[in-house]
Structure formats: structure tokens, C-alpha cells
Design a binder for this molecule. Structure first.
Ligand code: HEC
Length: 207
């Protein structure tokens, strides 16, 4: 094949693959997905078999809050071009957009009671002086490994409590524990559960 033809062949191939790539990207970005349809697809595809019952991560990574780590196009690419052992599913681009929409709101804290709904954290007293009872209400059965800790940082110095186990209460959805504060100021209450999940609530401790 003469050199000129080789060059034009390469150019044609390049343009074709570029426009295919652009077409793919825009089909997942411009059409907003339907999270309800995505939820049904995720359920019927048993994604939680690898990503954990609450998508908290297991064999596959934690998917909660994935929209903070990855763009919609990156999430879509992880589904359409999966890394083994994640299997390849035959989803249409429409279905992938729905799944991306669903995964992107797992940490939304809505009251639907679906997987990924965040627990509610309350303090008693609401403006503590030296300690507070922290109550955590879970949408489903509370996890067995839930802990709470309080942390604060002043410049480079950090202080805080060790993780304190959250205990059962008379309410089947609520766990609680008493948390001491060494001093007044801006503290962070950190609730950890399901090995990888963490919910932080900033509080003001008075003297
Ligand atoms: C057989 C186990 C398995 C199944 C089933 C599975 N995944 Fe995965 N998934 C994985 C693994 C393992 C990875 C990490 C791959 C890597 O990058 O090394 C992953 C990665 C991902 C990622 C990228 C995560 C990130 O942090 O970048 C997304 C998104 C994802 N999976 C979504 C899904 C969805 C949606 C389903 C169901 C339609 C599903 N997975 C089903 C195992 C699985």
C-alpha cells in the first residue's frame, strides 16, 4: 500500500474512533438517569453480592459516595468496561445512566429507607458541656460493629476519644453511647460502622 494511502487510512480510523468515543461520553452525560430504574437494575444484577449488602464494600469497593470520587463518565466506564473479577453486564447506555444516577445518590440521606440511607445522629444535651449521650438511629437493623468517637484539632494538635462501642437501646433501630469531651470548642462526632462507613457531625461544646 503506498504511503499516502496508509496515512489516510490511519486518519479515517482515528476520526471514526474519536467520534465513537465522543458519542459514548455524551450519551452517558447528557441524559440524566432515572435512579429508580437504576435501583431495580442494580438489585436484579446482584451487584451487592460483591459490593456489600449496603454497598459498603466487600470483594468490590465501597460504592457509597462514589460520585465524590469519580465523574459520571468514570462510573459509567467502570460498569461498561469492568476490571475482572467484576463481570461485564449487557446494559444499554440508557440503563448505565440509570445505574450511575442510582449509585450517585446512595449517600443522599433521603428517608426512603433504601440501602445506603444514612443513620441519623442526635445528641443529648444538644449543646453539651463536658459529655453527651450520642444516639444513632439506623434505617434498618443496626450494625453490630458501630462505634462513636469525638475528635478535635487545634492547629496541628489533635485530640479525641478512643472509639466507644454503641450499645443497644430499647428502640430496635437506635444505638447509643456516652461520649466525654476534654474541653470546650468545635468537636467532630464520628460514627463508624460496616467496617468502612463513617458519618461525621460537627458539634460545638460549651465550657
Ligand atoms: C463478581 C463481583 C462483582 C460484581 C457482581 C459487581 N462488581 Fe463492581 N466491582 C467489582 C470489583 C472487584 C471492582 C474493582 C475492580 C478494580 O478496579 O480493580 C468493581 C468496581 C466497580 C466500580 C468502580 C468502583 C470505583 O471505586 O471506581 C463500579 C462503579 C462498580 N463496580 C459497579 C458495579 C455494579 C453497578 C454492579 C452490578 C451491575 C457490579 N459492580 C457488580 C466486583 C463486582
Amino acid at each position: 500500500m503506498p504511503f499516502r494511502h496508509v496515512v489516510s487510512f490511519i486518519l479515517v480510523a482515528l476520526v471514526a474512533s474519536l467520534s465513537a468515543a465522543c458519542g459514548r461520553a455524551s450519551s452517558t452525560q447528557e441524559v440524566p438517569g432515572d435512579p429508580k430504574a437504576g435501583a431495580a437494575l442494580v438489585q436484579s444484577s446482584n451487584c451487592s453480592g460483591c459490593h456489600g449488602a449496603r454497598f459498603q464494600g466487600d470483594l468490590g469497593p465501597n460504592l457509597i459516595g462514589i460520585e465524590k470520587r469519580r465523574s459520571p463518565a468514570q462510573i459509567a466506564a467502570a460498569i461498561t468496561h469492568p476490571e475482572p473479577p467484576m463481570p461485564k453486564f449487557d446494559f444499554t447506555s440508557r440503563q448505565v445512566a440509570d445505574i450511575v444516577a442510582y449509585l450517585s445518590q446512595l449517600d443522599g440521606g433521603d428517608a426512603s429507607g433504601g440501602p445506603g440511607t444514612q443513620p441519623k445522629i442526635s445528641l443529648s444535651p444538644a449543646r453539651p458541656r463536658d459529655s453527651a449521650t450520642v444516639t444513632v438511629e439506623f434505617p434498618g437493623a443496626p450494625p453490630a460493629d458501630a462505634t462513636v468517637e469525638a475528635a478535635m484539632s487545634m492547629g496541628h494538635a489533635k485530640m479525641g476519644t478512643y472509639p466507644i462501642k454503641l450499645n443497644k437501646t430499647s428502640d430496635p433501630h437506635k444505638l447509643s453511647a456516652k461520649v466525654p469531651f476534654g474541653m470546650g470548642g468545635a468537636w467532630m462526632i464520628k460514627v463508624r460502622y460496616d467496617k468502612t462507613r463513617e458519618v461525621d457531625v460537627p458539634i460545638e461544646v460549651g465550657q
